[in-house]
Design a protein. Structure first.
Length: 286
């Protein structure tokens, strides 16, 4: 394991998401995109500058994909927050009060670790080639991984554009056309696919149990975050649109995040109501 490279990339991830100290929620939004871009750029530059055996055309294209992915995502979220006052208010309400600086510092370090784990499939492929543990020749799995990554970037970009266009016409209704006919959260699906492609890229290059565990951990965590995000989004939409026949019909027949899998709901209003009632009763008892 090249711990020097790991440290350099970790510092790059921290620099990318340092914007979270301004707005706590940015650690997980704008800072997320910028951190991924920073790691991709740093990995590509270090490989090109220090060890030509560590890269090939596919891995360099994957580094470029990280930059494109991160800049597009971070830029899109920042512009949306600046232009859309309602969206910014929703984020602030979800995040609550700004935490103290030491809490922000802990979150900063945790997010830096996560944003280092997510691209680990490409990192380990380049690292191990540079150490002479695997061939630096183009592999089939890395090509497949790159294709999935590019497809995911396109999917996210198109879904964000379609959502913005539909919200401009009917701001009170969720997007239901285009990619949103297939799943209700195509942008989250794109996020998952991008990191699945990254993980696949490392197959055949992972060396030892530790590298496998780190790569799997990064993938599991981002999948969990996407499903959790979809659940919170469904909760907000339900509280705003429950009873609207258009919304009720749409969510009843459209999977929430994975196409063709009949998983339609992640949020259960009855369970949520029961939890709120229990909290209220506990508070009254005090």
């Amino acid at each position: 394991m090249n711990w020097t490279l790991i440290l350099i990339l970790f510092i790059a991830a921290l620099i990318g998401c340092v914007v979270g100290f301004k707005e706590f929620v940015w650690f997980m939004s704008v800072g997320y995109g910028l951190a991924v871009a920073a790691v991709g750029l740093t990995l590509g530059v270090v490989a090109l500058a220090t060890d030509l055996a560590a890269w090939n055309i596919i891995t360099i294209l994957q580094c470029i994909a990280f930059v494109i992915y991160g800049v597009r995502l971070g830029g899109f979220l920042l512009v949306r927050e600046i232009k859309n006052a309602a969206y910014k208010k929703t984020l602030q309400e979800a995040a609550g009060k700004e935490p103290p600086i030491f809490v922000k510092a802990i979150m900063w370090l945790m997010m830096g670790v996560l944003y280092l784990l997510q691209p680990s499939g490409v990192i380990f492929r380049m690292m191990n080639a540079g150490l002479g543990k695997i061939s630096n020749e183009v592999s089939v799995v890395s090509v497949i991984g790159l294709i999935i990554m590019i497809g995911a970037i396109v999917l996210e970009a198109v879904s964000d554009k379609q959502k913005s266009a539909q919200k401009a016409v009917d701001p009170n209704m969720v997007a239901t056309q285009g990619l949103f006919k297939i799943v209700r959260c195509p942008n989250y699906l794109g996020e998952i696919l991008f990191w699945v492609g990254t993980f696949i890229s490392g197959i055949g290059a992972y060396q030892g149990v530790l590298q496998w565990l780190l790569a799997i951990a990064g993938l599991i965590m981002i999948v969990y975050i996407m499903f959790n995000g979809a659940q919170r989004l469904e909760k907000r939409q339900y509280k705003r649109l429950a009873g609207d026949p258009r919304y009720e019909e749409y969510v009843a027949k459209t999977p929430i995040i994975i196409p063709f899998i009949p998983l339609y709901h992640l949020y259960d209003p009855k369970k949520d109501a029961a939890k709120e009632a229990a909290k209220a009763a506990k508070k009254a008892g005090k």
